[in-house]
Design a protein. Structure first.
Length: 324
């Protein structure tokens, strides 16, 4: 039966460029895509970094796959000597969308057919020739949900389609209409609905939204904003921040201070922590992972902003640093 004809109008969406990865498998989240991959591939165990979103531990737990952890160094290279068994997989995170060269080197020395690349922070980084690549476009655009999986594993498409996108869209509309603070509780609640779910197909709403994004313009503006931060800011102790032109998730700024998030929030500059509950192997401030989770500022550089907003953030950050 065809779609309904006549009656009231649906939400109007502007013309777009089509989806970034039309051949990817579409799920309700990158986390669900990861679960589907594990459930199909059934590795004996998977190596995962300490420095990663804690929700990514849900899929292996639900799939009954053992997790081993590894450390990273200040260059975001793997710091441990890992021996990957023939039934092991390893997941590497493309941190802030700035680790493409590290991924290429990693795939030269590890069996690429057992490597999963987590591009949740690197939407515009092309899939590599490896076991699988994960994407989370909602970290880059105003989307209610959605995740991509590009893989050589024959992962089946779920029968059930996600039907929660309309409710998850409410905080996005609230921010548009009433500001960031008004929608914050709602976005937290919306994200919570994606926890502990079995894989489902991406909703029709999310697919339509993804197809109507002006990706080239977004990439250009992200790169321009990233370069402006790097030109104006000094004192960044994170070597990755010297790499521009990657349409990065953010501009990661690290100067070993843990009090700057609150100072910026007082100026209505909301900077996330990646990731606030993460601790390293020892669970102390000696771990690089601990310091990154508490001290690194993920300064916004996305397509919503231009030179005026970037200059405002830089001025506020400088004032916060100089005030103490």
């Amino acid at each position: 039966m065809p779609d309904a004809i006549g009656g009231y109008f649906e939400l109007e969406l502007p013309p777009g460029q089509g989806e970034l990865y039309p051949d990817a498998l579409r799920f309700q989240s990158a986390r669900a895509a990861f679960f589907a991959l594990l459930e199909t591939g059934r590795p004996k165990r998977i190596w995962m970094p300490w420095y990663n979103c804690e929700t990514m531990l849900e899929p292996p737990a639900m799939a009954g796959v053992e997790v081993r952890r590894y450390r990273i160094d200040e260059q975001f290279n793997i710091a441990d000597d890992i021996e990957i068994d023939s039934r092991d997989w390893i997941l590497y995170v493309n941190y802030f969308g700035l680790c493409d060269e590290r991924i290429d080197r990693l795939l030269e020395r590890l069996p690429r057919e057992r490597v999963v690349i987590d591009n949740s922070q690197a939407l515009f980084s092309a899939p590599r020739d490896c076991l699988a690549t994960l994407y989370s476009p909602r970290k880059f655009f105003g989307l209610p949900d959605g995740g991509y999986l590009v893989t050589r594993v024959g992962v089946p498409i779920p029968d059930e389609q996600d039907n929660g996108s309309v409710e998850r869209t409410t905080p996005l509309l609230t921010r548009l209409d009433r500001g960031a603070e008004a929608g914050y509780a709602g976005i937290q609640a919306a994200r919570a609905t994606l926890r502990g779910q079995r894989p489902k197909r991406m909703s029709t709403l999310t697919q339509r939204l993804l197809a109507h994004i002006d990706y080239p313009s977004a990439i250009e503006r992200r790169n321009r904003n990233f370069e402006r931060y790097h030109r104006l800011l000094g004192g960044n102790e994170l070597p990755l921040a010297t790499q521009s032109g990657h349409a990065a998730l953010c501009y990661p700024f690290w100067n070993r201070r843990s009090d700057l998030h609150a100072k910026l929030a007082a100026k209505r500059i909301f900077v996330p922590r990646y990731w606030p509950n993460i601790r390293g192997e020892s669970g102390t401030a000696e771990d690089f992972e601990f310091r990154m989770s508490t001290e690194c500022l993920a300064l916004p550089c996305d397509h919503r902003y231009g030179p005026n907003e970037i200059d405002y953030v830089v001025a506020a950050l400088r004032a916060a640093i100089e005030a103490s």
